[in-house]
Design a protein around this ligand. Structure first.
Ligand code: ADP
Length: 611
């Protein structure tokens, strides 16, 4: 705008100066020509009069008073020798020049006959001059005009002249007077000089005024650019300076600009806060969450996703293919399907995470046409629980089936064999009884275990002495131990260990451990029982020098239905649930159960309880 105005203004000034000076010059020229025309008119008429007078004087013996008619003079002229006449003409020219040269030194007078043939000239010898008929000012007069003026370039003199031709009173002659137009050239130079000076000054003034006018505007623009540069660099506190002296438009602009940036800053702050909140929420999720774009690249991953899938690269800075995170192209297909359908979809996958494979329920939800959110719900525990449940059911079924099959077999045998002796029948009935007892024990253990598993805290707590309870158990197992010549050896200390717990449950722990120590022992041996309190925790240790088992079994003995030696356990009436019950009771009392064992050396079971 400013540049255009400047160019337009400068051109306009130059144009005006040019037009004004041109018009000025034209006006001057026309006035000049007019005054010269008058002057030259005077010259020609003076020449005419002077010629008449000289002619009269030149006629010998003629009485001036008698020669009164024009015709007579002309006749007299025509009767003169041409050489003399020319002299007369030159004399007349000289006289005229003498009179008028005062006004214009460059005056030229030419006398021609009616055909344009030069008879005399004030500057050039007649011989050098050709017929002047073709000159416009001469031709016009030949054609009948009384006089005619014309400005043109003279080839003879190589200069511009104003020519004025007039028909002479002396019938067939034409008198032409001319002046050089040099003064006009000077005027032209002067006018041009003035035009240049005035034009130059005008241009300087115009540009100065323009600069002053636009100075405020320029400052305004500089302020705007500075503010925008700061904002672009992230400084949202940048504002434009409010100038009381600025134009109303500029002031309004600055006000609106600053207000808009303030609103923008506020909105941006809110968005940032929202983003911080959102980040905090998303990153506190204990489930992996990622955002995938249309190119199937991860553009966001929460903390847990980065940890679980072991990828520390920040996808917000460097997006990477989704398949690099999941190592499963089927998840890419799932995302593509969600992009195509626009519907939330759930599917189960087993995905490789740090060190192992985990089961996930993956939910993919569309955000918009460009992004989907992928939420990984870790189902490993549920999956494991499901697996455990189904293997537990399979184990229980198997455990129940064995004694039941045995019972039904002997019942069938008894029913079909008529020749069974009473002794045999009694024997069969004994076996049926043993199997029924095993079945009952098994069912009781299953019920006990599920009972404990359901609880988060034990009920029916009471204060009792643990030493006394151990003694009670030892008495209960005394016969069983004596049968195998096993010494049950309680430690001397402590003699009194008060605890608060469910007495039956703790008794169950002691009985299971002591019973196993006796059961899985050859004839003749020892079982030691030891207790101690450390703060809120009581440790019970049951040590034997029985069969023992290897390290691999040690890791699994607390699993449901796990037996080191299946046939021995079965023969001894084991259900495979005793140690499992011990472990779950320990967990119920915020404790743990563990074992150290060496084959053929013995085992030490340790149970820690918070009681
Ligand atoms: P079970 O009813 O078979 O005894 P448990 O859960 O009590 O079931 O024990 C699991 C298995 O651990 C037993 O089958 C046995 O093989 C082994 N076991 C337990 N206690 C001892 C021990 N003191 N010495 C050697 N083996 C043991």
């Amino acid at each position: 705008m400013k540049k255009r105005l400047r160019i337009f203004g400068n051109i306009l000034i130059i144009l005006i100066i040019f037009i004004v000076s041109t018009l000025n010059y034209r006006e001057l020229r026309s006035k000049h020509i007019q005054s010269f025309e008058n002057y030259l008119g005077n010259v020609t008429s003076y020449f005419d009069q002077a010629l008449s007078r000289i002619l009269l004087n030149s006629i010998d013996g003629t009485d001036e008073t008698k020669l009164i008619s024009q015709a007579e003079i002309i006749e007299q002229i025509n009767s003169e020798e041409s050489g003399d006449f020319q002299k007369l003409l030159e004399q007349t020219i000289d006289e005229t020049m003498e009179v008028f040269n005062v006004l214009a030194s460059d005056l030229r007078i030419t006398v021609m006959d009616e055909t344009g043939k030069v008879l005399a000239d004030s500057i050039f010898p007649v011989k050098e001059l050709n017929n002047h008929r073709a000159r416009p000012e001469v031709w016009k007069v030949i054609s009948g005009a009384k006089n005619y003026s014309n400005v043109r370039y003279s080839d003879t003199e190589s200069a511009e002249r104003l020519y004025f031709s007039a028909r002479s009173d002396h019938n067939n002659m034409i008198v032409r007077a001319a002046v050089l137009m040099d003064t006009l050239i000077d005027a032209k130079v002067t006018i041009t000089l003035y035009a240049l000076i005035i034009g130059g000054v005008s241009l300087v003034i115009f540009n100065l005024i323009l600069s002053l006018i636009f100075k405020k505007q320029d400052q305004h623009q500089i302020d705007l650019v500075q503010a925008l540069t700061k904002i672009d660099a992230g400084d949202l506190t940048a504002r434009m300076e409010e100038d009381r002296h600025a134009s109303v438009d500029n002031r309004k602009f600055v006000e609106n600009f600053n207000l808009t940036i303030s609103n923008f800053e506020q909105t941006f702050k809110e968005m940032q806060e929202g983003r911080i909140w959102l980040n905090a929420i998303v990153n506190s999720l204990m489930e992996p969450l990622v955002v995938v774009n249309q190119e199937l690249q991860v553009v966001f991953a929460n903390k847990y996703a980065k940890t679980l899938f072991n990828r520390n690269i920040d996808p917000e800075e460097t997006p990477y293919p989704f398949v690099l995170l999941t190592h499963d192209a089927k998840l890419d297909e799932l995302c593509q399907r969600v992009f195509d359908s626009g519907k939330t979809t759930r599917e189960e996958f087993r995905l490789q995470v740090t060190g192992s494979y985990n089961a996930f329920q993956v939910m993919v939800s569309p955000v918009d046409v460009n992004y989907v959110v992928v939420l990984f719900n870790d189902m490993s525990y549920e999956y494991e629980a499901r697996q455990l449940r189904s293997s537990f059911v399979a184990n229980v079924t198997h455990e129940l089936k064995t004694p039941l099959t045995s019972i039904r077999g002997f019942v069938e045998t008894l029913r079909n064999r008529n020749n069974t002796t009473p002794e045999q029948a009694n024997n069969f009935l004994d076996i049926i009884d043993v199997e029924a007892v095993r079945l009952e024990r098994l069912i009781n253990d299953i019920l006990r275990l599920s009972d404990i598993e359901r609880l988060s805290n034990d009920s029916e707590l009471e204060d009792f002495d643990l030493v006394e309870l151990v003694d009670e158990c030892l008495v209960q197992l005394d016969d069983q131990a004596s049968e195998k010549q096993i010494n049950l050896i309680p430690s001397d200390e402590p003699t009194f260990l008060p605890v608060k717990a469910n007495r039956d449950r703790i008794k169950q722990v002691l009985l299971n451990l002591l019973d196993n120590a006796i059961k899985y022992h050859r004839i003749h041996g020892n079982v030691w029982i030891d207790m101690e309190r450390q703060g809120k925790f009581v440790t019970i240790k049951v040590k034997d020098d029985g069969y023992g088992f290897d390290e691999q079994s040690a890791r699994r003995v607390f699993e449901r239905f796990y037996r080191v030696d299946k046939s021995r356990s079965r023969m001894l009436g084991g259900t495979g649930l005793g140690l499992s019950i011990v472990k779950h009771i320990a967990l119920l009392y915020d404790g743990e159960a563990s074992v150290k064992s060496t084959p053929n050396v013995g085992s030490t079971f340790k149970v820690i309880l918070k009681i």
